[in-house]
Each structure stands twice: as C-alpha cells, then as structure tokens.
Design a protein around this ligand. Structure first.
Ligand SMILES: Nc1nc2c(ncn2[C@@H]2O[C@H](COP(=O)(O)OP(=O)(O)OP(=O)(O)O)[C@@H](O)[C@H]2O)c(=O)[nH]1
Ligand SMILES: [Mg+2]
Length: 323
C-alpha cells in the first residue's frame, strides 16, 4: 500500500454558545435580577503527532471535519459547557498548513499537540451586564464563530534511521525485509538511485545509494544523498559478510562519512553484518573478532533467516530507544 503523503481537508472549530437573557424568579421577590449565563466555548480543532504513518489513511473519503459547538448559557447564571476539542492525528513529520492565512504547523515530536483552528468564545449572558446604573440589563451576546479553513497535511518524513554501506551491501534488501518497502534490489552496485523509505515499528528507515571511496568529494552517487540522512537519529552500517575485506569496507565508508560532516560522523552507528547466510561460521567469527578490535559489535543478519532478521530488528529498536 502506498503511503498517503499529501491530503487536503476542510475543518471548522466549534461556534461559541450564546449568552442568554434570563431573570431570577424567587419566592416573595417580584423583580429578581438578571441571571442569564454565558455560553461555553466552541471546541478547537487540534492536531496531535503519533508514531504511525498510516493514520493519514483514516482521512480517506472524508473531507469535512467539525468540532462541536459550545453550549448556550442557562438560568441562574449557569454557564454553558465548553465543547470538547476535536483531535486529529497526524504522523510525526507532518506539516499542516492553514490555507486561510498560510500559517504552518510542524509536528516534529511524538505527542506534540497544537491548536490549528480555535473555537469561538462563548457569548456573555445578561447577568454580566448588570451594573450600578443598569440593574435590569436586557442584553446578551452571541457566541463567536469558530475558525474554519481548508488545511493541507503533508508528510515530510524525517527518517530515524539511515542505511549506509558500500554498493551491493544489501541495504535495500534489508529495508524491504524489515519494512513494507519495495525498493529495487540488484546483484550489482548502484541499484538504488533514489532514496527509499520504509517504516519499522513506527520508525522511518531511509535507504540511500551505496557510498564508495571518494564519495565525500563527489565520486559515485551516494554523496548527493547524504543530506537525506543528515537528520536521522542513528545509522545502520551494512557490511556484506561475503565481502573480501569486510573491515576495510567498513573503514572506507566511515572515512567518507567522517569527511562529509561532523554531525553525520558523530551519529550513533550500529553495524550489521549482512548476507550472513553466505559466510561460514568461521568467517563470521573472524569478522566479528576484527570488529571487536575496533570496539565495534557486528550484528549478523540475513534476509533469508527470519530468526536473525528478527534479532537484528530487536537490536535496532533497542539502539534507537537508547539514542
Ligand atoms: N544470500 C543473500 N543475498 C542477499 C542478502 N541481502 C541482499 N542480498 C543480495 O545482494 C545483492 C545486493 O542487494 P541490494 O539490497 O540491492 O544491495 P544495496 O546495498 O541496496 O545495493 P546498492 O543499491 O547498489 O547500493 C542482491 O543480489 C541481493 O539479492 C542476504 O541476506 N542474503
Ligand atoms: Mg540499494
């Protein structure tokens, strides 16, 4: 299922309840005072960010969203109830534009909640108009209209995880296996020409073209795409277990990352030893030992081995939570 990443809806906040004109009727008192209550406020339209890329699908087939109106005021200066807010969910990374005035609301953190359309204030009942010179006010005000506007909701994905590695290291295969992405796979370098995205338990993983020696100075393709992973939380560094010189491959890519930018260079990194099914136990153990010498733990993974894949996915989530 393709991700919906751009939608347009109309939404309206609730109208405020009206203030009312009422009079006290008390036993043995012919003319009671003014007692009309205020109206309640209309509900706001608020947006809340959640870690679920699929919530945008819930907007499908609906284009009008309306918050409830505030209640009118009552007798005995009773105020009408404020209406509840209408809460609309958007994925983290969503940008909501209020078209009426062009205001932009960005949702960068899980749980971030912002009022995009304000409910109308409730009107004022006649009780409030009472003063020393006006004991019997007959005026009350109506509730204000809620704000309404067309809204566009765009998903600007901020990837949590960036996949790096030499061409043909198995980055796209890993993305496809962990997520529902359909990145192109090829048994040759530079299969990936554009970044691919996928979601893994709510975390967005970005796959970019492979990096080669000299990438930071513009060689190959990967360099142009490094900016796509500049804002990720962590990197997965993929090293093919069947490569001739796995540790050297690691160092080659590291050198490019370090040369590209300090920020990228400092990102927490987890090393995945991909295509583990293609290497013997001895080879795997030897590679792991080489990495340990570099104070790195290499985690075995293979797209053909569900157990390894699951374990690597668990490591990834744990690592993300720490980062
Ligand atoms: N046996 C085995 N083959 C794999 C595994 N993962 C990937 N491959 C193969 O390795 C080759 C390269 O895979 P890709 O996922 O396209 O590699 P990539 O790193 O995205 O390559 P670029 O996009 O060119 O940088 C393909 O032929 C895959 O089928 C694995 O776990 N086991
Ligand atoms: Mg690829």
């Amino acid at each position: 299922m393709p991700l919906i990443d751009h939608i347009r809806i109309r939404a309206k906040a609730g109208k405020g309840g009206n203030g009312v004109v009422r009079w006290l009727h008390e036993y043995a008192r012919e003319f009671g005072g003014p007692s009309g209550g205020d109206g309640g406020n209309g509900g706001n339209v608020v947006f809340r960010a959640v870690r679920d890329l699929n919530v945008l699908a819930s907007y499908r087939g609906r284009s009008e969203f309306k918050a409830k109106n505030g209640e009118d005021g009552g007798n005995k200066t009773m105020a009408g109830k404020n209406a509840e807010d209408l809460v609309l969910l958007v994925p983290v990374g969503a940008v909501v534009t209020r078209e009426e005035d062009g205001t932009i609301f960005e949702f960068l953190e899980e749980g971030e909640t912002r009022t995009v359309l304000a409910g109308g204030r409730g009107g004022v009942g006649n009780a409030r108009f009472k003063s020393s010179v006006n004991q019997y006010p007959t005026e009350a005000t109506k509730g204000a209209e809620g704000q309404g506007s067309a809204l566009t909701i765009e998903l600007k994905l901020i990837a949590d995880v960036g996949l790096i590695g030499l061409p043909n290291a198995g980055k796209s295969s890993l993305l496809n296996s962990l997520t529902a992405a359909h990145a192109k796979i090829g048994a040759y370098p530079f299969t990936t020409l554009e970044p691919n995205l996928g979601a893994y338990f709510g975390y967005v993983i970005a796959d970019i073209p492979g990096l080669i020696e000299g990438a930071a100075s513009g060689k190959g393709l990967g360099h142009a795409f490094l900016r796509h992973i500049a804002r990720t939380k962590i990197l997965i560094h993929c090293i093919a277990a069947d490569a001739a010189t796995p540790l050297q491959d690691y160092k080659t890519v590291r050198a490019e990352i370090d040369a590209y930018s300090d920020a990228l260079s400092r990102k927490p990194e987890i090393v995945f030893l991909t295509k583990a099914d293609l290497a013997s136990e001895e080879d795997l153990a030897a590679i792991e030992k080489d990495f340990v010498k570099e104070k790195k733990r290499a985690i075995r993974v293979s797209i053909l081995d569900d157990r390894l894949l699951k374990a690597a996915g668990d490591e990834l989530v744990r690592f993300l939570k720490e980062a």
